[in-house]
Design a binder for this molecule. Structure first.
Ligand code: ZN
Length: 315
């Protein structure tokens, strides 16, 4: 189809790097902000992304270098040095951890993730940690880095954050809603998924998280998709008009051939014979196009009038 927009450049892009990867790379590069925000982001990242949160150590294993980098950088800002290992496994390429019996416990206490009474870990969104707007944003960034995905906007619009913990899921969804990001929760096997499917809301959340390039990319794809759909719709209506014209033409030709067989076209009145011959010679033209071939030209309704006479000639 002429004018159709080529979609390949996007699929090529996303073959190399998924949209989620792009977003996470951008979030990782964005400014972390003050220490309060580093705490909040680390809290989000640990709660949603860490495989191990214990008093003597925290660990994240991930295939994404930016998630690993985020863990190490936040730890560094908060005064820890993360040890990073690369593995040969496909799904887990990096393992980053901080092991320190005394100081990790203190950090978890500061993040309000440690239950003082029994020393267990509290998987919750601490109101103390996400008091300020800057910290709410940082927490969502951390949660997204830890367990978030965004579909390739060429395919569909879907943003998710996943956790096996229902209460944590509910609390994080509440936090998003308090920021006016309407979201839903679905239970998928043993996972609880916060999701957003509205493209504009996803674009807004991307800019909220500081992923402006990804936001632009999503909006551009959306515009291109809309243009492509409009073109398809126009093409479809053109196609269906053509089909209608051809179907009508086939009926007219059958009637004309019948007249020719029964009485002969030469015996038709001139004005009808003229149209009948033109129709036989131009099977795919509409009535108004046939009218333009007459000398003098005839309007569509004029041609229609004569064609009706032809169609009724045998009846
Ligand atoms: Zn802050």
């Amino acid at each position: 189809m002429d004018g159709a927009i080529d979609n390949r450049k996007y699929t090529e892009n996303t073959d190399v790097k998924s949209f989620s990867r792009m977003v996470k790379e951008e979030i990782f590069r964005a400014d972390i902000g003050d220490t309060c925000c580093a705490m909040a982001e680390f809290s989000g990242l640990l709660l949603f992304g860490a495989q191990r949160i214990q008093k003597d150590g925290i660990r994240i294993s991930t295939e994404n270098p930016d998630v690993m980098g985020c863990f190490a950088e936040l730890a560094r800002i908060l005064g820890f040095e993360a040890s990073v290992k690369q593995t040969t496994e496909k799904s887990v390429k990096y393992i980053a951890e901080v092991m320190d019996t005394v100081r990790v416990a203190q950090l978890l206490y500061d993040l309000n993730l440690l239950d003082e009474s029994d020393g267990s870990i509290k998987y919750h969104v601490s109101h103390n940690v996400v008091k300020k707007m800057c910290c709410k944003r940082a927490f969502v960034r951390g949660a997204f880095m830890g367990a978030g995905t965004i579909s390739d906007p060429n395919k569909n619009y879907n943003m998710e954050i996943v956790t096996p913990r229902p209460e944590l899921c509910e609390e994080a969804a509440e936090l998003l809603r308090s920021l006016e990001f309407e979201c839903k929760i679905i239970n998928r096997k043993n996972k609880y998924v916060i999701y957003i499917k509205n493209s504009d809301r996803i674009a807004d959340i991307l800019s909220f998280l500081g992923a402006y390039k990804s936001q632009m990319e999503l909006l551009n794809i959306k515009i291109e998709k809309e243009i492509r759909n409009d073109l398809n719709r126009t093409a479809n209506s053109e196609t269906s008009n053509l089909i209608k014209t051809i179907n009508a033409s086939v009926e007219q030709i059958q009637a004309i051939q019948k007249i020719d067989k029964l009485v002969g076209l030469d015996n038709l009145p001139d004005e009808l014979r003229e149209i009948a011959v033109l129709r036989l010679e131009n099977k795919d033209l509409s009535l108004s196009e046939l009218g333009n071939l007459l000398n003098p030209p005839l309007t569509k309704s004029g041609v229609n009038h004569r064609m009706k006479k032809i169609m009724n000639y045998n009846k």
